[in-house]
Design a protein around this ligand. Structure first.
Ligand code: IPM
Ligand code: MG
Length: 361
């Protein structure tokens, strides 16, 4: 199979981790007889430096013409980088939001898994981490507060800012269907998370999710309020299979879920449209403080590449091979600094990429 992939290395540690993901993809392609065809494009701060804007029409066109997009990370230090002196719609993050919208990537999948080998890094009590967990956060990605009307004004000398949280039933239905479809391939449980005790958008969310669930009699559906969910994630994460939620709640809960796995450096993500097209990126940011030092953990990007093979190309065997390589390298005791524990061998970003590629045979 020929895979046409647009890569957005981005800013900070982005270029380092994308290079290692390509290395691992190339090895999988070699072993399983595929041809990788990469095209690198700019977005975020790198695009601002080159073109004055965080996202160009050329980058959008290149992404649309590809089979899938593999991204590193974008953005810089928000207090020191000159990018954050620009108007909000010209900052690096605007590029990411813009490409999500332009490519209609409404479904964001963020798996949070506690690896047995890393259970010591889990900050929860031992009896909780011993139970393990494996959940998929399904975050709506192109609606809600992120894309509603917003403005800042002044009324009678008082400064005022407004953000709008709005969802229509079609936006809710399509992400709910994806959530239930994914639950069918997992442990068949959906926890839909909302704030239906306060918000109208959440009350509609709940109704539409109930309607969709009628088509999935094998899937158990429960509704949970977002504040309770934040608590349950640290109290009993093993209860979750698929967490289905709107954009802002998903942003917050996925960071929380990633932290209980021990390191945000391990978490992959996929953002999908209604076909097989997707943008794949680690859940973590650009870590400008460690950029260029060769110590970043490339595993989240490598696992995002595995998700790409699985969801955009139906290459399950190849995706399994990459995921198993990660487990094996961890089992052998190799760690980047962020997941380092006593008795393990610390390696840098490149060396981790080499070890992972070597493990695919
Ligand atoms: C994420 C990030 C983005 C978001 C930022 C960088 C705009 O936090 O992908 O979770 O809030 O969606
Ligand atoms: Mg976030």
């Amino acid at each position: 199979m020929r895979l046409n992939i647009v890569c957005i290395p981005g800013d900070g540690i982005g270029p380092e981790i994308v290079a290692e993901a390509k290395k691992v993809l190339d090895k999988a392609a070699f072993v399983y007889g595929h041809e990788m065809n990469y095209k690198d494009v700019l977005m975020g701060g790198a695009s601002i430096d080159a073109y004055g804007v965080p996202l160009t029409e050329e980058t959008i066109a290149a992404a649309k013409a590809a089979d899938a997009v593999l991204m590193g990370s974008i953005g810089g230090d928000t207090t020191t980088s000159p990018w954050y002196k620009l108007a909000p719609n010209l900052r690096p993050e605007a590029g990411l939001l813009g490409i999500r919208k332009a490519l209609n990537l409404f479904a964001n999948l963020r798996p949070a898994v506690l690896y047995e080998e890393l259970s010591d890094a889990c900050p929860l009590k031992k009896e909780i981490s011993d139970a393990g967990f494996d959940m998929m956060i399904m975050r709506e990605l192109t609606g809600g507060l992120y894309f509603g009307e917003r403005y800042t004004t002044e009324e009678g000398g008082i400064r005022k800012a407004v953000d709008t949280l709005s969802y229509n039933e079609e936006e809710i239905r399509r992400i709910a269907i994806k959530g239930f479809d994914i639950a069918m391939k997992r442990r068949k449980k959906v926890t839909s998370v909302d704030k239906a005790n306060v918000l109208d958008s959440s009350r509609l969310w709940r109704k539409v999710v109930d309607e969709v669930s009628a088509d999935y009699p094998d899937v158990t559906l429960e509704h949970m309020l977002v504040d309770n969910c934040a608590m349950q994630l640290v109290k009993d994460p093993a209860q979750f299979d698929v967490i289905l939620t709107e954009n802002m709640f998903g942003d917050i809960l996925s960071d929380e879920a990633s932290m209980v796995t021990g390191s945000i450096g391990m978490l992959a993500s996929a953002s999908l449209n209604d076909s097989k097209f997707g943008l794949y990126e680690p859940s973590h940011g650009s870590a400008p403080d460690i950029a260029g030092k060769g110590i970043a953990n490339p595993i989240a990007t490598v696992l995002s590449a595995a998700m790409m093979l699985r969801y955009s190309f139906d290459l399950d065997k190849e995706a399994d091979a990459i995921e198993n390589a990660v487990k094996n390298v961890l089992k052998k005791g190799y760690r980047t600094i962020d997941i380092m524990t006593e008795g393990c061998r610390q390696v840098g970003c490149k060396e981790m990429g080499d070890l992972l590629a070597d493990e695919i045979k």
